[in-house]
Design a binder for this molecule. Structure first.
Ligand SMILES: *Cc1c(COP(=O)(O)O)cnc(C)c1O
Length: 352
């Protein structure tokens, strides 16, 4: 770091994103992207806007707000969008957390939460998950602000809505429920946003809607909270939703049939993968997401990750105490998952 780097950022540890190798083609099961291309109309919608890139995008992005609101039976005033849900999380943490009230999150969850707290000088508390990696709602009593991912990141475990409601009621500040994976199983808390004054639901189009590269995420909350978030967004970057992504996202949201067909395929491929991994002796956590966290009794997580990479398959390994023995495998197409299983068999029998 240079001597010019702001002193209050001294201890900053940036988020490490999953690899996006540009050199060689891998079966890419490491960053929870969809194996399927965006919906049919998306390419044309983005191309049409590309001819107008000389003009700023619409800072109100109302067509996108309307399209998202209609999916959840809400109104556009209940929606805020970001350049990916990572940016939405930034707006939320900046708007509602401070050095006095902090943020609490599960100890095994999305690695971006502590990074963001660090950047924004927000005291961060890691709340330990139960030994079986489930969230216990009682553990969140007494905190001001909390953020949980549901289904949880890295584990894939889903907390039923009753438990989520208990947590929301137990905190005095905002309760952020990050539903990046909710479309793959589980019930959204979006229906509760007008019941609780402190609930913010965050979702993304990166995973279930095949738009990771489009960078569109959103928050759903009552209109007062959204109005606060809009104030932060407009103070930071009023044009955060670029025009190509906005229309790509609207087009994607219109094609519900394609959306459901992709989800069905991924859920089936997940069931197949879990069954096959268990046959190979893996311990697999019960996932409602588009990934599974699995541990082989025969080989450590780091070694397995490297072996798979050598064999052209990328998965994710987290070198953190509680999950270092596991690998996280994104659910791709059925064919990709069959290749994963074949390769794992070879690796574990010493043939590869
Ligand atoms: C992937 C992910 C995000 C970020 O998604 P964006 O691509 O920034 O929309 C947010 N939260 C969780 C839990 C995720 O897994």
């Amino acid at each position: 770091m240079t001597k010019y780097f702001s002193a209050d950022l001294g201890g900053i540890t940036p988020y490490v994103a999953g690899e996006q190798p540009q050199d060689k083609s891998y079966i890419k099961l490491n960053t929870n992207e969809s194996p399927y291309p965006p919906a049919h109309g998306v390419e044309a919608a983005a191309a049409q806007q590309s001819a107008k890139l000389n003009l700023y995008s619409d800072p109100t992005y109302l067509p996108l707000k309307k399209a998202i609101a209609s999916v959840y039976g809400l109104s556009p005033e209940n929606v805020l969008c970001g350049n990916g849900s990572d940016e939405v999380l930034f707006f939320i943490f900046r708007a509602f957390c401070s050095k006095d009230n902090g943020m609490a999150c599960p100890d095994v969850s999305y690695g971006f939460y502590p990074v963001l707290c660090n950047l924004l000088n927000i005291p961060y508390t890691a709340v330990e998950l139960a030994p079986d990696f489930t969230v216990n709602p009682q553990d969140y009593k007494g905190f001001t602000n909390i953020c949980i991912a549901n289904p949880n990141a890295q584990t894939g475990i889903y907390l039923p809505l009753g438990g989520v409601e208990q947590i929301i009621k137990n905190v005095s500040g905002v309760a952020v429920v990050d539903e990046a994976y909710i479309d793959f199983g589980g019930q959204s808390a979006a229906s509760l946003i007008n019941k609780y004054p402190n609930l913010i639901v965050v979702q993304t189009m990166s995973k279930s809607r095949s738009l990771a590269g489009g960078r569109v995420g959103f928050a759903l909350a009552n209109r007062q909270l959204i109005s606060d978030l809009e104030a932060v967004r407009s103070s930071f970057n009023p044009y955060n939703i670029n025009r190509m992504s906005m229309f790509a996202a609207v087009s994607s949201l219109e094609d519900t049939e394609y959306f459901h067909s992709c989800i069905d395929k991924i859920v089936h491929a997940r069931e197949y993968t879990v069954t096959e991994l268990k046959k190979l002796g893996f311990d697999v956590l019960l996932s409602k997401a588009n990934f599974v966290l699995a541990k082989s009794g025969k080989m450590g997580g780091g070694e397995l990750y490297l072996k798979l990479k050598e064999n052209g398959i990328l998965v994710r390994h987290f070198d953190s105490p509680r999950i270092k023995d596991y690998i996280r495998v994104t659910i791709g197409s059925r064919m990709q998952m069959a290749q994963l299983i074949t390769t794992l068999k070879k690796i574990l029998s010493g043939e590869a």
